[in-house]
Write a protein that binds this ligand. Sequence first.
Ligand code: NAD
Ligand code: TYD
Length: 357
Amino acid sequence: MAPSRILVTGGAGFIGSTVIATLLKKSSTQAVLNFDALTYAGNLLSLQEEAKDPRYTFQRASVQNLEEVQRALEDFQPDCILHLAAETHVDRSLNHPQTFLETNVLGTGILLQATSAYWESLPLEKADAFRFLHVSTDEVFGSLGDSGQFHQDSPYAPTSPYSASKSAADHLVRSWEKSFGLPCIITHGSNCYGPKQFPEKLIPLMILQALNGDSLPVYGDGQQIRDWIYVQDQADAIYQAACLGKPGGTYFTGGSQEQTNLLVVETLCRTLEEIGPFVESGFYKKKIKFVQDRPGHDYRYSMDCRKTQLDLDWKPHYAFADGLRETVRWYLNNPAWVKSIQTGEYRQWMDENYGWR
Ligand code: NAD
Ligand code: TYD
């Protein structure tokens, strides 16, 4: 059943902002609450159009704050929670693991605690229809070799503080479901790319480095493999999981488009040459620089998504080359978004307008 009052945590982030745009395109959506702490990765400029919709509300708050979560639940009365709020960058998790533990583990636990009390207070029919959807990652299953795929029964084997904290969050979700009956769904997404992604992840970082004439830092030999999914495809999968997912269900929302990092960067260089400012042929490719590898760098992720595609009546639509072109075009056409992030102007504006209560 399509949810109608949806609380989205992390809605000002990369995937969350596309999820909110997707929800607001549905006539069944009556109200969306974007519950986001606005860390460096959250950006309200990503929701300028959506903010004009009377069904949309924003609340600056943290999933780590029990009282704020309780108040949001009581005031908003959601029939569905889409939990995307997280610290998400592997490199940051290597340098600053504590925030990953605080947000991804403690924050998810607090959100579950408040949600379960709220859910228990609902009348039977509403409690039956309620869904808590937790957005997780393929990285919780660890690293694969050249062959094989993760399956629904693959064991957890995280290797970075990021993937370990997401694994812990998954276990908390499952424990609330088993112990208290909370109707929970988990989606495991693959590497996502598209407009409005903070330029610390591979693709937006490379786009902005290239446009600035800077070097393109490829870790190690660039032969690691990721499975890429365009953000609209990921948002559609999350929506379908909220509508059709079964409590207790695990869904693999991957793009089924594996590429080595080097190939991704080379394709990006060609795309920039085609649709970016004029440069001589091979200009960007010459900027590729092999740099020191990430410690514990996972070699390959790959999920068998066939069951999810059938269960959720969903499949990704964007071929990688097309999604990449859309992404490059968006960064070329949105210098204000990019500049706001780079200059810190945005942060100042945000703090003035949305200071902590
Ligand atoms: P992001 O880093 O772009 O955004 C995270 C959002 O969470 C930001 O808006 C931030 O302000 C908010 N946030 C952080 N801490 C918070 C807190 N304590 N309380 C409330 N809000 C908080 O993340 P993303 O790339 O959009 O990822 C969204 C979710 O999808 C995450 O849970 C991530 O683990 C998962 N995921 C992402 C990818 C990917 O490739 N981006 C792949 C698989 C799974
Ligand atoms: P990233 O976008 O950080 O996602 P994840 O680590 O969650 O997969 O990185 C994608 C791949 O690109 C990963 O194998 C690391 C690599 N990478 C680089 O080679 N150079 C970079 O500057 C970055 C940020 C990532």
